[in-house]
Design a protein around this ligand. Structure first.
Ligand SMILES: [Zn+2]
Length: 289
């Protein structure tokens, strides 16, 4: 089932297989669920275009919602809290993002939150859980608690693997410390699974998942080199490094994604010993090793 999105890739795919609905779109209206007979609803990750329709889909179909334990904790912390946009904005400011961009984040965050109708107290899933004949995998990276559902070489993947887009891998407040390291390991795991096909949240099905995973590993290797190349002895914020890596011509929303992505690369470089992080007067900066 392909549902519309107002921004980004303009659509999100939900899938129905043997009584399981995978993901629920943004939650704009309840129309898509009326003729649907499912026994359970599985959520890949807590981003609005996947979890936003969960409670409405559950109410209309009567099916219970299953969500990753790590993912639900984060979902509730982000969409269930009144001051998340302010906390996020303060965190971006500590990485050098100018107030024009963080003010917009606060405004947008509060405008969007009421439309993200995630399900309260879902049944929790873990690595190794089984759901309707599918094995549950934890594939952290695009989101800390991102799940995949695998059966007979078929992976329903959410945004873990996309055919044309490189899934965003950002550092965010209260996220795991090395999301890029997590993602590279999850991509390697995808290769090791030797899958037949991947059904992603956006774009076409992926007929050679191992090749696509290798492409994404290479993409991040190049991006890590570029990020490393932008570092000098002069301390720079994540925002500053993002200007060097992604260029200066980005709107406020795209800039925040670029900063979060740059930070996931910087933190991975710090872990590898290829960069240093310092914090002074509430500002975080990075230098070469
Ligand atoms: Zn998505």
């Amino acid at each position: 089932m392909t549902l519309p999105l107002p921004t980004g890739p303009r659509h999100v795919h939900c899938y129905v297989a043997d009584g399981t609905l995978f993901d629920t779109g943004l939650g704009l209206g309840d129309a898509p669920w009326h003729d649907l007979h499912v026994d359970r609803i599985a959520i890949s990750h807590f981003h609005p275009d996947h979890v936003g329709g969960a409670s409405v889909a559950s109410a209309v179909t009567g099916a219970p919602v299953f969500q990753g334990a790590v993912d639900y904790a984060q979902c509730d912390r982000v969409w269930g809290s009144r001051d998340w946009p302010e906390r996020m904005a303060a965190w971006f400011r500590s990485h050098g993002v100018p107030p024009e961009s963080t003010d917009e984040l606060i405004e947008q965050g509060h405008a969007v939150a009421p439309f993200i109708r995630f399900s309260r107290d879902p049944e929790l899933l873990y690595e190794g859980s089984e759901l309707g004949g599918w094995d549950v995998l934890e594939l952290p990276g695009h989101a800390d608690g991102h799940l995949g559902f695998v059966r007979h070489g078929v992976l329903v993947a959410g945004d873990h693997l996309l055919a044309k887009i490189s899934p965003a891998v950002g550092l965010y407040p209260e996220s795991r410390p090395d999301p890029l390291g997590d993602y590279l390991a999850s991509l390697q795991r995808t290769i090791d699974l030797d899958l037949r096909i991947v059904y992603p949240g956006h774009g076409e099905p992926i007929a050679d998942p191992s090749a696509r995973a290798r492409e994404l590993i290479d993409h991040h290797r190049v991006r890590l080199d570029e990020t490393r190349g932008a570092l000098t002895d002069e301390p720079q914020t994540g925002y500053g490094v993002s200007l060097a890596v992604f260029g200066a011509a980005l709107g406020p929303t795209q800039r925040r994604f670029a900063v979060a992505e740059t930070l996931s690369h910087l933190e991975h470089l710090v872990r590898r010993g290829d960069a240093r992080r310092a914090e002074a007067d509430g500002t975080v900066t990075y230098t070469g090793p």
